[in-house]
Write a new protein. Structure first.
Length: 214
């Protein structure tokens, strides 16, 4: 699979066998109100079981520097996806492995600026404009805005999120042409509970979209 795929909001090891090689497992860490939120201890236990060849990501909201240090050093994640502000007091390698989540606008008239690739090589694009509710809302992002950002920043590793499901991810890939895709609620049977059948269908839809451009 050429497209980077992140399965986010994992709360157990049950979906691990379906994680695509070269993709990522995402864990929401200490985000009050999220049905997918995990404690640091629970996240560390799950991260330790992520299959080799799959990255482990934490998803957080406006963390302080101590929380970033703990996620890398104690939990053992490979990258941290950040909604809201990024703290000062981080070294270069820590910042380099952060993935800022940028809210997509509802049209293409006012595209948000992206930070330099030298500092943040990957950027997450989401439909959520409320940093207190990081992803998993099911709200579909504006794919035209994502495509416009890709054209404005050629070569950037943009990961599209926001309401992606097995039913629409193929069209999202055709329209937005992102480097990667991220799904959470779109492959669930209930909030926080992943459906193996929907995960398989999502991955099959990604592969089918890729085959169209092979």
């Amino acid at each position: 699979m050429k497209t980077f795929v992140k399965l986010c909001g994992l709360t157990s090891t049950d979906p691990f066998a379906l994680l695509p090689g070269g993709g990522a497992a995402g864990f929401v860490v200490e985000v009050p109100g999220s049905p997918r939120s995990l404690s640091l201890e629970r996240a560390a236990a799950l991260v330790s079981a992520v299959p080799q060849g799959t990255e482990a990501w934490a998803v957080v909201v406006s963390p302080n520097a101590d929380r970033i240090h703990a996620l890398f050093d104690e939990v053992g994640v490979d990258r941290i996806q950040v909604y809201g502000s990024i703290p000062d007091g981080l070294d270069f390698l820590e910042r380099h492995h952060l993935v800022p989540s940028v809210p997509l606008p509802s049209d293409t008239t006012a595209l948000p600026p992206l930070p330099p690739a030298e500092e943040f090589p990957r950027i997450h694009l989401d439909s959520s404009t409320d940093p207190a509710r990081p992803g998993g809302t099911g709200h579909v992002a504006h794919w035209g805005a994502a495509a416009a950002l890709g054209e404005a920043y050629p070569g950037r590793k943009l990961i599209l999120a926001g309401g992606l499901t097995p039913e629409n991810v193929g069209e999202a890939l055709r329209q937005a042409r992102p480097w990667g895709v991220d799904t959470s609620s779109g492959v669930e049977s209930s909030p926080g509970v992943k459906s193996p059948d929907r995960i398989r269908a999502f991955l099959q839809a990604v592969e089918a979209a890729e085959a169209e451009h092979a």
